[in-house]
Design a protein around this ligand. Sequence first.
Ligand code: 1CP
Length: 340
Amino acid sequence: MQLKNDLLLRAARGEKTERTPVWLMRQAGRILPEYRAVRESLSGFKELVETPERAAEVTIQPVDLLGVDAAIIFSDILVIPEAMGLPYELVEKVGPRFPEVINSRNDLNRLHLVEPEEHLGYVLDAIKITKKELDGRVPLIGFAGAPWTILCYMIEGKGTKAWAKARRLLWEDEVLARTLLEQITEATIVYLKAQVAAGADLVQVFDSWAGVLSKELYNKFAMPYMKRICDAITEVPVTVFAKGGGHFFEDLATLNCETLGLDWNIAPERAREIVGDTKTLQGNLDPSTLYGTHDQVIEHTKEMLRRFGGHRHIANLGHGVYPDIDPERVRTFIQTIKEY
Ligand code: 1CP
């Protein structure tokens, strides 16, 4: 189907656009009272993710209520470990928890190959319903976690600051680490391809915990798998967001992806110098800026747009929008970009 607003896709491919497209990481959920209303009508986050009609509904909310140039399917990166055999729970006000984790090579026996239609059919159905209901208004973004970030959760069982247990594994049992990374990579490729077949117009790979690895370890334990994913997804543009990865940005620039996401700690000018005109850059306003006043949001958003130079840029925050940010400030951010 022909998209009415294809700014995101044209920007990703490096084509000229009338203006810079904008969307926000974590735009679905969290900040919108309309999301919380849907969430409270169900037993919890997981039921929402696993009920395709309701997941589609909250996916479209930011398009209607905030005016973003893309929707991102409402799901979570943790559906992949679950599909592989390690279920997650979402504990209210605490976060994700895995009752069982991978502690030894023996634990790999618990994992199995992922068949997207069988294990993740609810995500694919949500994508199909969303596409139908969007009716071509804006593109739909599919996503998955990067192998390193998914390994972090499968080893630790919950979010941590330093991911020391996961990093310890890289030194203590390289064979286990690599076997697990391989399995996650295979699952991620078939999953992303199934999302595209269901209707995703672009896919983003979130390497949220990239920043805890040195350049050396990232190149050893993350890059080979990121490369495999980028090389495998040829159907739609691919965005790689490696948060905290400024110290190996030169390496990320070699990936076969259309767009690289930037967090707020890397200067747009430096990123542009490294990638030249070969890639689109996405980002990177510090999300905390949206705690500022209306005028401060306008000023800093304009400054960001100026620094990216208006070509091959997709405007976004440098990470997900924080849950307690006033949706009015988000609207100001979006409006400033649309009017620039
Ligand atoms: O816009 C959107 O909200 C789309 C849906 C979305 C996405 C893209 C959710 C819903 N999660 C994600 C990705 C995700 N999940 C990432 C990568 C992006 C990032 O770095 O922010 C990560 C690391 C997770 C893991 C996760 N799931 C966390 C982080 C915990 C930690 O380790 O610090 C949390 C809190 C969740 C639960 C979750 N996922 C999504 C929502 C809206 C929530 C909160 C549940 C709720 O209160 O409704």
